[in-house]
Structure formats: structure tokens, C-alpha cells
Design a binder for this molecule. Sequence first.
Ligand SMILES: C[S@@+](CC[C@H](N)C(=O)[O-])C[C@H]1O[C@@H](n2cnc3c(N)ncnc32)[C@H](O)[C@@H]1O
Length: 232
Amino acid sequence: MRLQSVFLFCILSLGQILVNECVESIEDYWDKRFKDEGKIWGELPSRTTQYALDLFRSANVESILIPGSGYGRHTKFFSACGFDVTGIEISSVACNLASGFDPLSRFHNASVLDMAVDTNRYDAICCFNVLHLFRENDRCVFIQQCDNKLNKGGLMFFTVFSEKESTFGKGREVERNTFESRPGRPAHYFTEADLKAHFVKYDAVDMRIVEDPEDHGGKPHTHTLRYICVRA
Ligand SMILES: C[S@@+](CC[C@H](N)C(=O)[O-])C[C@H]1O[C@@H](n2cnc3c(N)ncnc32)[C@H](O)[C@@H]1O
């Protein structure tokens, strides 16, 4: 009986080691995508950036931090509009693409969960489709990291997946409204109340649900996103 338990324990431990080995790191996943697909979402920014631009201009924003900046389609939009822009991005492949595509902005190859590599503070944060890539604890860490990078009264503008996305409910539900299509690759889908709750300690400036068309991978499709803008 005892021998059987030891055997079972060894098999389970080996299984867990194999699962862990098979889970691709986030850096590797994104590096591979950017290597294979280049400027995945095209060179133009999401249409949600127009809302951010209007809000930033009316608040006299001069400097912007863009966490999860990818290959720079949003940094380029804002740097071309005359803002002083910095991007933080985990994929070194994306950072290299971004430096060539948007030479006016600065890029740091680092995780948004620890942005200590950059000691500057900014008038605004603009983050497109990154916050929903984390589980609850990391979403809180990320928002706090962003808060730490803001000048007093700075703005935070986040665009995220809503629960109206066509992929909502697909994969294994690892936390409420968070689904993994593959182990270690969560996507969280925000209801209006949930998004408000994430930013409850800040002053709400604007919030909306928006249709955002994309055309990549040979398949035109439309995302149903939410954005929120708050003042710290
Ligand atoms: C859905 S893509 C959006 C990219 C960019 N915002 C855009 O719309 O072009 C998510 C981005 O977040 C980056 N990312 C994912 N996890 C990250 C992390 N922990 N730290 C920094 N960047 C991360 C990915 O490499 C990828 O560039």
C-alpha cells in the first residue's frame, strides 16, 4: 500500500514537471509571434486611441507611458502628435521592430509587472489590450505599477476585452471571467462593473464600450472592447 502511494506520488510529480516544462514563457510566446507575423495588427493605431488623444489634449498631457507597446503602432501615433512617448515591452523582438518603426519614442525591454527599469514619471498612461492578459493578482500589481509611474493628477487610459467578445467563455475558466485557451495564457473579460471595480480608488473620467475592427491573419473581425480613463 505504502509502495503504491510512493509510486503514485512520483508519477504525479513527474506529470507536473512535464506540464511546467511544456508551458511556454510569455516572452517566448510573444517573441515568436512577432518574429513570425511582424506588425501583426498593421501600422495604424486602434480607433480607441482617438478617445485617448482627445482626453489627453484636454488635460494638457505632454508625456505618455505605453505599457505593452508591441512594435510601436500606438507609440508612433502619439509621438507623431508631438507627445513625449516611452514604451515598455516584454518582447525583445517587438522592441527591435518598434525602434525602427518609431524612432521618436524610447523603448524599454521589461515586464509591465516591474517597471523599475524606467525611473521617469508621466502625465498619462495609455495601454491597449494588455491588462486583460493577466490573472487577478497580476492585474492589481500592473495597475499599481502604472500608478507609481504617474505625475500627480495623471491620467490612466486602459482598453480591454469586454464580456461581449466572441471568445468569451472559450477555454478553461481559471478565475471568474478569465479563460485560458492554453495553460499559462489567460484572457480576462471585463464587464462594466468589473472594470470600474479595478479602478475604484481613482476619479473616473470616461468609460465606454467600443467596436474595434481588425484585419490580420487573413480574417477581418471586430472586437468589442471597453475603455476606461481615470485620474490618479
Ligand atoms: C495584444 S498585444 C498588444 C500590443 C500593442 N498594445 C498593440 O496594440 O499594438 C499585447 C502586448 O503586450 C506585451 N506583453 C505581454 N505581457 C507583458 C508583460 N508582462 N510585460 C510587458 N509587455 C507584455 C506583448 O508582448 C504584446 O506586445
